[in-house]
Write a protein that binds this ligand. Structure first.
Ligand code: AMP
Length: 146
């Protein structure tokens, strides 16, 4: 049985918990894998969004995808990094939520994803919601109840 308070938390819109797009490191379609490698290394993030020129979400890019794209049979082909475009190696199968979606929907999805991408009603990238933020909210809620 879910208590009324828990239901309130689960029904909350995610909008107020997101890290807004201006603060999210990203790469753009057409950027090289070399550029993406620099962004990922400098920020220390494991994966970042790929956006088009209109700021619409197109995919996610991780260090693993870059490394796999330059793995040769005998050695790592670093010289290919500048030629490879992020859009040819990104993952397009991503967990996306809308700004109006609930905490409950996000909770279900963050079990399998470290962060979720959020889009507005026009499909424009609005930001991300991380597992860390979801856990913080849950912790706050659990301690308040004691
Ligand atoms: P964290 O909750 O900070 O451990 O972040 C988990 C993952 O979410 C990171 O490894 C990134 O893939 C992504 N992430 C968190 N914050 C940002 C950000 N400001 N820009 C881009 N990606 C982020």
């Amino acid at each position: 049985m879910i208590s009324t308070n828990t239901k309130d938390l689960l029904a909350m819109p995610i909008q107020e918990f997101i890290i807004s797009s201006e603060k999210v490191a990203h790469v753009q379609m057409g950027n090289s894998a070399e550029h993406a490698l620099l962004v990922l290394t400098r920020t220390g993030y494991s994966s970042i969004p790929v956006l088009d020129l209109k700021y619409r979400l197109q995919g996610l890019l991780s260090m693993k995808m870059i490394t796999e794209s330059i793995l040769g049979l005998e050695h790592i082909e670093y010289e290919k990094l500048a030629e490879i475009k992020v859009d040819t190696i990104m993952d397009q199968d991503i967990a996306v939520l809308n700004l109006t979606d609930t905490f409950q929907k996000a909770l279900d999805l963050v079990i399998n994803h470290a962060f979720l991408c959020i889009v507005d009603e026009e499909g424009t990238f609005a930001g991300i919601l991380t597992r860390r933020v979801i856990l913080k909210q849950l912790k706050k809620y659990i301690y308040q109840k004691e």
